[in-house]
Design a protein around this ligand. Structure first.
Ligand SMILES: [Zn+2]
Length: 131
């Protein structure tokens, strides 16, 4: 194995391959690149999200990449969280509005019921952080 985790056969072995075997070898190598593994994981996840929640895979992946895999609230990256971001959807149209960590989603759902409370709490937090 080379340092970037791509399978590398000895050159002498590669030279002795038939054209069909060489194509298979190239295909096997390309499937082993970390970027392609990551992309395959993302696609599988998007398909799961689509089947489980009905959010079209391209929409989900587009939103995830637009947010750079970060929560719209606290900006934590999915890797830091160790768990996938939650979808916030329009209750009427079911359109995806944004992706949040579980903590931010819970706060968002609570504050959405009392929008005035969000402003009051923000003022309260600012006041005590300046002291
Ligand atoms: Zn968050």
């Amino acid at each position: 194995m080379s340092k970037n985790n791509v399978y590398q056969a000895p050159a002498s072995a590669v030279r002795s391959l038939s054209p069909e075997e060489f194509d298979q070898y190239q295909l096997a190598r390309s499937r082993n690149t970390p970027a392609q593994k990551q992309e395959a994981r993302l696609r599988r996840r998007a398909v799961l999200i689509q089947s489980r929640y009905g959010i079209p895979a391209p929409i989900y992946l587009g939103q995830l990449q637009a947010q750079q895999f970060r929560c719209l609230g606290c900006r934590a990256h999915e890797k830091e969280l160790g768990i996938a971001l939650c979808a916030d959807r329009d209750p009427d149209t079911r359109d995806l509005r944004g992706l949040f960590c579980h903590s931010c989603k819970r706060v968002l759902d609570t504050l959405r019921k009392r929008p005035g409370a969000a402003r009051n709490l923000a003022i309260y937090i600012d006041h005590y952080q300046k002291i």
